[in-house]
Design a protein around this ligand. Sequence first.
Ligand code: SF4
Ligand code: SF4
Length: 110
Amino acid sequence: MKRPKGLKGHCKKCGSCCRNITFAIKKDYIKTEEDFERLKKFDRKYNHFFISGQDEDGVLLFTCKSLTDDNLCRDYFFRSLYCRLYPKIQMKHLKTGGELLDGCGYSFFI
Ligand code: SF4
Ligand code: SF4
């Protein structure tokens, strides 16, 4: 896929990117609860997420505990760099299969 030149659109505050998070150990996505337990032992910040689903490839999907029922961020002013850069950060990963979430108000342009 061609590297996109930019991003357009706006955030619709659907909360999807805060509840469809994937994590990896080295280059392998977390697919089991055991691996997630290992990850939490490695770094306590992962305790801030819980398993909320699984995609078609068996990759576990996580939801951030700061997400409110009305899709707002309880820690908005203290949110991480990843949160601040999303979805711009996805542009880097497009060549390895990165894509925007369904329904996201942003889109890439070539
Ligand atoms: S998925 Fe897109 S539209 Fe939805 S909250 Fe995240 S950035 Fe906003
Ligand atoms: S800290 Fe806020 S913006 Fe970041 S994933 Fe959690 S709810 Fe979403």
